[in-house]
Design a protein around this ligand. Structure first.
Ligand SMILES: Cc1cc2nc3c(=O)[nH]c(=O)nc-3n(C[C@H](O)[C@H](O)[C@H](O)COP(=O)(O)OP(=O)(O)OC[C@H]3O[C@@H](n4cnc5c(N)ncnc54)[C@H](O)[C@@H]3O)c2cc1C
Length: 542
C-alpha cells in the first residue's frame, strides 16, 4: 500500500458503491485487482438489497428479448434508445446465469425452469424472483459471500466518496471521508479506472423507498466534476409505498397487484378502473398519479390484498408481511395504507454502451448512470438487469488496463464502527438543511410539477446551499442533484413518463428526446429562476 499523507493507491480499479452494480462489476473484474468503497458494511445502505420483485429477463416459454425490448420502449414513453433496449434484453439470460452460478437461489419449478412473476407493463410473466419478494436480499447475500472469498477484491467499509479527483483532464480517483471523520482533510484514493456505482437519488425526497444514504451523491459528484448528465428530470414514483409513518417508506411490491390486489380509497371506491383499461396494472406513473390525486383530494388510499391473496401473502410475500407486522397491520384481514414515493431515477450520469462517461477515466454503472434504457419511465425490474449488464461490460472494458494480481492488503485505519455509524446517520437525519431539501423536492419537484413550483424549488435549493450553516461537499452533491432534477423539469415543458407538468399535461413531439445537461446549464436555469447565486464551488466549506 502506498500512503503519502492522505493519498492511498487502489493498485487497480476503484469502485465507488457496493450495491449490485458495484459488486457485480468487482466479481467480473476478478482476478484483476479492485477496491470497492462502501459507506456501510456490505449489504447495508444499498437499494439493491431492498429490491423485492426481481430481475426482468425473457427466459420464459413464448418470450424473447425483442418482446422485452418492445415493452421497455413502450414504458419509456418515446425516448428509450432502441438499440440499448435490444442489447440489454438480449444479454439478460447470460447475466441471470452469472447470478445463479454465483449462488442466487432463484425460484424454479420441478423441472428447474425459472418461476416468473408478472409486473405492470410487461406483456408476459418475465421477472426472475427469489422466495416471492426476496430477490434483492438473496442476490446480495450470494454476491457478498462470493466477494468476501475473492482475494483480488479489497473491500473498504466506513468510507464515503465526496468528490472525484482529477488531473490532466481525466478522473484519477476519488476524495473520501472516513466514517466519523468530520474535521481532517478528505483522503484521496487514486486509481487508473474509477467506476461510480453509488446509486440513485430517491432519498433526496421526503417520501421515498430508498435507503437514507442514496441521495444523489453520485450524480452530484460527477456533475460537479464536469460530467454530462442525462434525463435528470425523470424520477419514478412508486405508487404503493406503505404510508405507515416510517422513513424510508417500506414498499408494497407491484407483484401484489400482479397477483390481483386492488387499490381502493377510504370511500371503498376502486378508482383505477376509471383511470386506465389495465386498472391497477397500468404503467407505474399513471397509478402513482391516480394515488397522488386521491390523496391530494383529501382521501386515503389502500392496497387491498385480502381477496386476491388472503393468508398466502404471509408465505409468498414475506418481506411485505414483515413490514405490515412492524406497522401493526394484519394484511390477511386489513388493507394496507399506501402513498406514492420517490423510488427510482431514470436519469443520471450519461454513459455510452461501454459504461464510459463523458470524462476520461470515469465509468458509471447502475442507478447512478443513464444508459438510455429507461427513457422517461423504467419498466419494472429492468434496473437490476441494467446494473448487471453494464457492470459486466464495464469490467470487460477496463480489464485491459489491469494486471492480474491477488491479495490486496487492507487500508489501515479505515473501517466500520456500528456506534459511530448510527450516530452519523442520526445526525444526518436530523440536519435541518437535509430535512428542508427533502421537503422541497417532495412538495415542488414531485409527482406533479408546474413552472411556478419548480422555480420556487430552484430558489429554495439555492438558498439552502447558501445559508446551510456548514456546507459540506456531501450536502453540495445533494443540492447539485436536486438542482439538476428541478432545472431539467422546468426546461421540459411537456408531460412524458415519470415527468408530469400540470401546466403542460400532454406530451409534445418537440421534446421526444433525451435531455443532456451540464451543471453549468442547470445553474444558469436556477439563476434565471431567481436563485441566490454564489458559484457552487465557492460555497464549499468542508
Ligand atoms: C424498495 C426497492 C425495491 C426495488 N425493487 C426492484 C426490483 O424488484 N427490481 C429491480 O430491477 N429494481 C428494483 N428496485 C431498484 C433497484 O433496486 C436499484 O435501481 C438498484 O438496486 C440500484 O443498484 P446500484 O448498485 O446502482 O445502487 P444501490 O444498490 O443503491 O447501491 C449504491 C451503493 O453506493 C453506496 N454509496 C452511496 N453514496 C456513496 C458515496 N458517496 N460514496 C461511496 N458509496 C456510496 C451505497 O451505500 C451503496 O452501497 C427497487 C428499489 C427499491 C428502493
Amino acid at each position: 500500500m502506498d500512503i503519502h499523507d492522505n493519498i492511498l493507491n487502489a493498485e487497480g480499479a476503484l469502485i465507488v458503491g457496493a450495491g449490485l452494480a458495484g459488486l457485480f462489476c468487482a466479481l467480473k473484474l476478478a482476478p484483476r485487482p479492485v477496491t470497492v468503497l462502501s459507506p456501510k458494511p456490505l449489504g447495508f445502505g444499498a437499494s439493491s438489497a431492498w429490491a423485492q420483485a426481481g430481475v426482468a429477463a425473457a427466459v420464459g416459454e413464448g418470450d424473447n428479448p425483442h418482446l422485452h425490448a418492445v415493452d421497455t420502449e413502450t414504458a419509456g414513453a418515446g425516448i428509450v434508445d432502441d438499440q440499448v433496449a435490444e442489447h440489454v434484453a438480449a444479454e439478460a439470460a447470460a447475466r441471470i446465469e452469472d447470478l445463479a452460478r454465483w449462488g442466487t437461489p432463484f425460484d424454479r419449478d420441478a423441472e428447474g425452469h425459472y418461476q416468473l412473476s408478472k409486473e405492470a407493463a410487461h406483456s408476459m410473466s418475465r421477472v426472475v424472483r427469489v422466495s416471492g419478494d426476496r430477490a434483492g436480499r438473496a442476490i446480495m447475500t450470494a454476491l457478498i459471500e462470493k466477494v468476501r472469498q475473492t482475494r483480488s477484491i479489497r473491500i473498504v467499509e466506513g468510507i464515503t466518496a465526496v468528490d472525484l479527483a482529477r488531473a490532466d483532464g481525466r478522473v484519477i480517483g476519488v476524495w473520501c471521508r472516513k466514517l466519523g471523520d468530520r474535521y481532517s482533510e478528505p483522503v484521496m484514493i487514486r486509481a487508473r479506472a474509477t467506476v461510480l456505482a453509488a446509486g440513485g437519488l430517491g432519498g433526496l425526497y421526503a417520501v421515498t423507498t430508498n435507503p437514507p444514504g442514496v441521495r444523489g451523491h453520485a450524480m452530484g459528484m460527477a456533475a460537479r466534476a464536469g460530467a454530462l448528465i442525462a434525463d435528470p428530470e425523470f424520477v419514478q414514483f412508486h405508487p404503493t409505498a406503505m404510508a405507515v409513518g416510517i422513513d424510508p417508506a417500506p414498499l408494497a411490491t407491484e407483484a401484489l397487484r400482479g397477483e390481483g390486489a386492488i387499490l381502493v380509497n377510504d370511500r371503498g371506491e376502486r378508482f383505477m378502473e376509471a383511470v386506465h383499461p389495465d386498472a391497477e396494472l397500468a404503467p407505474r406513473d399513471i397509478v402513482a398519479r391516480a394515488n397522488f390525486r386521491e390523496i391530494k383530494a383529501g382521501r386515503k388510499v389502500f392496497l387491498d390484498t385480502r381477496q386476491a391473496l388472503g393468508a398466502r401473502i404471509l408465505d409468498e410475500f414475506p418481506t411485505v408481511a414483515r413490514y405490515c407486522a412492524e406497522a401493526g397491520i394484519d394484511p390477511v384481514t386489513e388493507m394496507i395504507p399506501v402513498t406514492p414515493a420517490a423510488h427510482y431515477h431514470m436519469g443520471g450520469v450519461k454513459v455510452n454502451e461501454l459504461g464510459r462517461s463523458s470524462m476520461a477515466g470515469l465509468w458509471v454503472c447502475g442507478e447512478a448512470s443513464c444508459t438510455g434504457l429507461h427513457g422517461a419511465n423504467r419498466l419494472a425490474s429492468n434496473s437490476l438487469l441494467e446494473a448487471v449488464v453494464y457492470a459486466a461490460r464495464i469490467a470487460e472494458d477496463i480489464s485491459g488496463l489491469e494486471a492480474v494480481k491477488t491479495g490486496l492488503p487492507p487500508f489501515a485505519g479505515i473501517g466500520w464502527d456500528e456506534a459511530e455509524g448510527e450516530a452519523v446517520e442520526e445526525r444526518l437525519r436530523n440536519l435541518d438543511a437535509v430535512r428542508d431539501l427533502r421537503a422541497v423536492m417532495t412538495d415542488l419537484v414531485g409527482v406533479e410539477r408546474d413552472a411556478a413550483g419548480l422555480s420556487e424549488a430552484l430558489r429554495r435549493i439555492a438558498e439552502l446551499e447558501a445559508t446551510a450553516q456548514k456546507v459540506t461537499r456531501s450536502y453540495l452533491n445533494m443540492t447539485v442533484s436536486a438542482t439538476l432534477v428541478a432545472a431539467a423539469a422546468l426546461k421540459r415543458t411537456e408531460s412524458r413518463g415519470g415527468h408530469f407538468r400540470t401546466d403542460y399535461p400532454e406530451p409534445d413531439p418537440a421534446f421526444a428526446a433525451h435531455t443532456d445537461m451540464t451543471l453549468e446549464e442547470a445553474l444558469a436555469i436556477r439563476a434565471e429562476a431567481g436563485g441566490v447565486e454564489p458559484p457552487v464551488s465557492a460555497t464549499v466549506l468542508a
